[in-house]
Design a protein around this ligand. Structure first.
Ligand SMILES: [Zn+2]
Length: 94
């Protein structure tokens, strides 16, 4: 279960990561392509929106509760493992 305290921890993490993305440290920038940069920024912003909406910790596709360990690994993850895989497959098929 994710409680309010966890959500605050995740909020801090997400804001920190977003700040790092917007103000990259010298030498830490260019290995990531621009597309993945934008994508990660959208993911982080989306996760912060979901915290505000009280929707954080659920898969955006199937509404399944996300595992806390899963969120620890990637706090910005919008989908559960299963949906993420489905989306990845359809993305590659294009
Ligand atoms: Zn899902």
């Amino acid at each position: 279960m994710i409680d309010a305290k966890d959500i605050e921890t995740f909020r801090k993490l997400l804001k920190q990561e977003l700040a790092e993305i917007e103000n990259p440290l010298p030498g830490k920038t260019s290995s990531e392509g621009k597309e993945s940069f934008l994508r990660q920024r959208l993911r982080l912003e989306g996760a912060l929106h979901r915290i505000d909406n009280g929707m954080f910790g659920r898969c955006c596709s199937c509404d399944e509760k996300l595992d806390r360990l899963f969120l620890n690994a990637d706090p910005a993850a919008p989908f559960c493992d299963f949906c993420e895989e489905e989306i990845e497959v359809s993305r590659q098929a294009r």
